[in-house]
Design a protein around this ligand. Structure first.
Ligand SMILES: [Zn+2]
Length: 183
């Protein structure tokens, strides 16, 4: 786990695979995405490194229902009941009611997808999580001085971006991706 402060109130948490983000409002945190299944302890360590208890995580926002974003939602929700927020179109996947659809991979995305496949992540199933808040887009969530939910179907039907207009921040999930440069 590695934590990087991107802005005074925004932290990127690099997990074994992928990232999660912590937004801080005083002693309250909002977690955007949760990593693959089993990432909870790494995220707890990130929260601890900010001098805060696990209960500081007041809400969990999932950008879309893929294993590397929703994988630890149930585990982190179990800490202190932080409500899980998911778009209506991906909520059944997060609840375990239906498997996720195979993604449509463009030529541009294929190398990235092959790397993910090689790690075995695409064969994972998400431990089912309660979805406390079903989003449809257009909501404003009470963090970051007003966080706007933007529906951006494509990567999945229920993909969302979260825009913090007062801070110039856009959480875009997997809508924008880049490969590491070859060594
Ligand atoms: Zn994805």
């Amino acid at each position: 786990m590695e934590i990087t402060q991107l802005l005074p109130r925004l932290y990127q948490v690099d997990l074994d695979f992928g990232q999660a983000y912590l937004w801080r409002d005083g002693d309250e945190l909002t977690l955007v995405d949760t990593g693959i299944p089993g990432s909870g302890e790494m995220i707890a360590a990130a929260v601890g490194s900010l001098g805060l208890p696990r209960s500081a995580v007041r809400r969990i926002v999932i950008t879309h229902g893929h294993e590397d974003h929703a994988g630890s939602a149930a585990e982190i929700r179990s800490w202190d009941g932080a409500p899980v927020h998911v778009h209506s179109a991906d909520a059944p996947v997060v609840r375990g009611e239906r498997p996720r659809e195979e993604p449509v991979i463009s030529d541009f995305e294929r190398p990235y997808w092959e790397r993910v496949t090689a790690l075995g992540i695409t064969a994972m199933t998400i431990p089912p999580s309660t979805v406390d808040v079903v989003l449809t887009g257009g909501e404003e969530l009470p963090f970051g001085d007003g966080a706007r939910v933007l529906p951006i179907p494509g990567h999945t039907d229920g993909s969302i971006a979260i825009h913090l207009p007062h801070h110039g921040v856009l959480f875009a999930g997997d809508t924008v991706a880049c490969l590491p440069r070859p060594a």
